[in-house]
Design a protein around this ligand. Sequence first.
Ligand code: F6R
Ligand code: MG
Ligand code: MG
Length: 360
Amino acid sequence: MIKADVGSVSGHTTVHPQQLEVARQFMEDARAKGTISDYYVTHAGDDLELIMTHTMGEDHTSIHELAWKCFKEVTDKVSKPLKLYAAGQDLLSEAFSGNVKGMGPGVAELEFMERESDPVMIFMADKTEPGAWNLPLFKIFADPFNTAGLIIDPGLHGGFNFTVLDVVDNIAVSLKCPSEMYDLLALIGTPGRYVIEKVHRSDGLPAAAASTTRLSLIAGRYVGKDDPVCIVRAQHGLPAAGEVLEAFIFPHLVAGWMRGSHHGPLMPVSADDSQNRVSRFDGPPRVVGLGFQVSDAKLIGPTDLFADPAFDRTRETAGMVADYMRLHGPFMPHRLGPEEMEYTTLPEVLKKLKDRFKKV
Ligand code: F6R
Ligand code: MG
Ligand code: MG
């Protein structure tokens, strides 16, 4: 999965149908040429999402270049001519330089041998950052109160290994669960810095991958939230699809929302609600889930995973939490802390006051 916000309609609300058309044609041509095996183009709010299957492995230049060129083409053919808002926003470099990581787009890649039947779930968030996956990924792969299979299925008893990236110093550590669970939690409880990048079953089977791009850390200024994506394989010796989804029943607080500067609840929504209705206070942060079968590298599906009315209560709670958080207005902890605000326009405001402070 490679994704980017390259401009949207009505501020940061939604992508334009012509953007999707251009991206689909681009992917169709790449499939015809054999660069990719299959694709699914969609969007989560203002983020254009390219779901691709291919056989060239992770971090392959041809695939990264394909995505980069696709985003460029959408920007040049649609976003700019239609004067869409923030046209080309996430394309932080002029020219492609081998790998889109560090150039703005978000990337989540997972290389695996197809099992006899391989359900793959794709999660796409809008108005939040990669650390938003920390809590659900922990619940899915390490919390027996969420995932019954961790207790019931001997195939899961070996536990899972989490690769955690420190996005500030760009270093990574691998931690085993359950034996190193407390160490893991000591890190991932700081989601602005420590981000789960990969999860493998104890025998090495690839189970999940998440995008880790922090746009502000690349650009050194506020660009837009990273709006991360995540790939999770399910069933048959992995958490069941329903156990994966159960981790989203709690609309936990994440950083993002208005101006990327506020904490708000992560609301699981249907595809339609993720695509066309990201409006209240430019949010609130939300996640959409699409379920596929990967079959000879073809994408079969998708199903709209959070359209189930069983998530209505979660959405209602998210609405209540959103109201409660909004009542704080400009105060923390609704507004993010000073460390996170460094990459917004707030420091410029504070700079104006600097000379007016007197010694006491
Ligand atoms: C959130 C986001 C928006 C903008 C906000 C102000 O990721 O991008 O909330 O930050 O709409 O945008 P500008 O400063 O362009 O008017
Ligand atoms: Mg945007
Ligand atoms: Mg977005």
